[in-house]
Design a protein around this ligand. Structure first.
Ligand code: PLP
Length: 341
């Protein structure tokens, strides 16, 4: 089976499992797990911040980052398809009392003006004030689009002047770095808090890290405990993250190239199904509106031929490339999918 549903399906390989076996551990609630401490420090430096906190999921790192920046009843602004608002089970509202408004980006690209136009400073007791803006880099439901660094710089400058914070959902930030050559800390410095997933393209079984100032991260340690996310000898998991940062970052450019290969093959076969120019990283959305089958039927036909894709809408499917799909399997997937369209 060639599984293109998500890069979360990647499994730890033998060498990563060995690194996990060999990890030195301690009780992290006492701050005594050396492997977790090393991972947190490493990701903080990688993303240009003072401190980091290791969490069981990307949703939790996003919730902690946003909760540290947005007091209950205040507002987070994000794109209408942002993971923080669409795919974290409403956690920001349910657990932290965060309200939200959205801008809409049909093609998944980001312009600072869209976000800044929504910013509101409270006048009087009735009005909701904007505390933070969240940007997703790369934008998952936006088709893996990269956030333009100059737009980010503008956002950073204008929000700082207005006293509004920036959170970056950088679940796949290193895929953006692989594509643009811009360093992770250059992107990371454009936000107050940044999350990074280890369990997607990087191939670790579990884990995400949130970074920010020492003060913000200290605040999130209390919140993580409150949310039930403080772990004990989880250095065994952090070791997988460290191994991934040492060994799996280079492979992300192959994943990006594979996504483009699939998009090119499909676009050459059927007009209008995808514009390869919009495939920035490792995610490809296909528009099936002109096909005789809907997305469910298309996914079922692909699965019969051993290719799994995600249904994202009535006429929309998503392909995500990752390290557990080899170049040969990408060729096979391209054959199967082009024959279906
Ligand atoms: C996967 C993902 C997350 C985190 O998801 P978890 O399943 O909670 O780890 C956050 N943001 C984006 C954009 C994602 O794609």
């Amino acid at each position: 089976m060639i599984d293109l549903r998500s890069d979360t399906v990647t499994r730890p390989d033998a060498a990563m499992r060995q690194a996990m076996m060999d990890a030195e551990v301690g009780d992290d609630v006492y701050g005594e797990d050396p492997t977790i401490n090393a991972l947190e420090a490493r990701v903080a430096v990688l993303l240009g911040h003072e401190a980091g906190i290791f969490c069981p999921s990307g949703s939790m790192t996003n919730m902690l980052g946003v909760a540290a920046l947005v007091a209950p009843g205040w507002e987070l602004i994000a794109e209408s398809q942002a993971h923080v608002l669409r795919a974290e089970a409403g956690g920001h509202a349910a657990l932290a009392g965060v309200t939200s408004r959205t801008w809409v980006s049909p093609d998944g690209t980001f312009t600072a003006a869209d976000a800044l136009a929504l910013m509101s400073r409270p006048r009087g007791y009735h009005q909701v004030g904007t505390a933070a803006i969240s940007v997703e880099n790369t934008h998952n439901f936006g088709g893996g689009r990269i956030v333009d660094i100059d737009e980010l710089r503008t956002l950073r400058r204008e929000t700082a002047a207005a006293g509004v914070a920036v959170h970056m959902d950088g679940a796949r930030l290193l895929n953006a770095c692989a594509a643009t050559g811009i360093s992770a800390d250059e992107y990371g410095r454009q936000a107050d808090t940044v999350s990074l997933c280890l369990s997607k393209g990087l191939g670790a079984p579990v884990g995400s890290v949130l970074v920010g100032s020492a003060e913000i991260i200290e605040k999130t340690r209390l919140l993580r405990k409150r949310y039930g996310g403080a772990m004990r000898q989880a250095g065994i998991l952090a070791a997988a993250g460290l191994y991934a940062l040492d060994n799996h970052v280079d492979g992300l450019s192959d994943d990006n190239a594979h996504a483009r290969q699939l998009a090119d093959a499909l676009a050459a076969t059927r007009e209008g199904i995808v514009d390869p120019e919009t495939v920035d990283t490792n995610i490809v959305f296909l528009d099936l509106s002109d096909l005789a089958v809907d997305a469910e039927q298309f996914a079922a036909q692909a699965a019969e031929r051993n290719v799994r894709v995600s249904v994202m809408g009535e006429n929309s499917v998503r392909l995500v490339t990752h390290r557990d799909v080899s170049p040969e399997q990408i060729d096979t997937a391209a054959e199967v999918l082009t024959s279906l369209v």
